[in-house]
Design a protein around this ligand. Structure first.
Ligand code: SAM
Length: 242
């Protein structure tokens, strides 16, 4: 069998887009589990060597190779708030952001994670557990299996930080519906769930200038940070406060 080509979109790690896997069996992706996806299509967990990859609805969402910018998303939000106690994370994925949140919130704090795919949550009991560092067993952590777009308008709790990482960025969403969250109405919804000095942090695999302009129109204080990726375009973290 010749080299295999990954046929999924992979903006999160640009050099791996359409990557050609080597001739060694350890380099080749092996499907570990798959389930019908709530987002559509299938949600797939693949192993490549020592690492895992998550593909949802045909979109390459996440791998476990680094997690640096996903951790920095949370760290940057925590650092921007004087007393961050209650955090909301949109998208569990491989769990790097959750692990950072669990390490960063105080003893009396809470971390709520809203994740669309039941299969992704299940994988944190097995294959992905090392990456969320057992945070699902932390009594401060609550994992909610729901669509963030449905969940946000349904509650009244407010958060000191909302860390949003449900897509590859505002301009590359896993479903068309997710794109609504980065529009004016979506930003109003997110702002409505922040405390007075709350911080909104949004992850993107690439600069999203139109989204940045919308953020600036809606929030008084917007900061754009880039995080160097091993190769290719840097990841981008948008931080916004009133
Ligand atoms: C890129 S991953 C998150 C990566 C995570 N920050 C980490 O540290 O590994 C995106 C996650 O968001 C989930 N997701 C996508 N759309 C969603 C939605 N509308 N509501 C809740 N979760 C969603 C996906 O199933 C996936 O698990």
């Amino acid at each position: 069998m010749g080299p295999q080509t990954c046929d999924t979109h992979h903006p999160r790690r640009a050099p791996d887009a359409h990557r050609t896997y080597g001739k060694f069996a350890a380099d080749r992706p092996v499907v570990v589990d798959l389930a019908a996806g709530v987002a559509g299509g299938e949600v797939v967990l693949r192993r490549v060597g020592a690492d895992f990859e998550i593909i949802s609805n045909g979109v390459f969402l996440m791998d476990t190779r680094s997690g640096r910018s996903e951790r920095m998303l949370v760290r940057a939000a925590l650092d921007r708030h004087h007393d961050p106690a209650n955090l909301l994370i949109g998208g569990l994925g491989a769990g790097f952001s959750l692990a950072e949140a669990a390490a960063g919130v105080p003893a009396g704090g809470t971390v709520s994670v809203v994740e669309l795919e039941p299969a992704v949550i299940g994988w944190h009991r097995t294959h992905l557990r090392p990456y969320s560092a057992g945070a699902l067993d932390d009594p401060r952590v609550t994992v909610i299996c729901a669509d963030l777009l449905d969940w946000l308008p349904g509650g009244a709790a407010r958060f000191d930080a909302i860390c949003l990482d449900i897509d590859n960025g505002p301009d590359w969403t896993v479903t068309d519906r997710n794109a609504l969250l980065y529009g004016d109405d979506g930003l109003d919804l997110l702002a409505g769930r922040l405390t007075a000095r709350g911080v909104l942090a949004v992850w993107s695999a690439a600069a999203a200038p139109a989204f940045a302009a919308r953020l600036r129109a809606r929030f008084g204080d917007v900061e754009v940070r880039t995080v160097a990726a091993p190769r290719g375009e840097p990841d981008v973290i948008y931080l916004a406060c009133r």
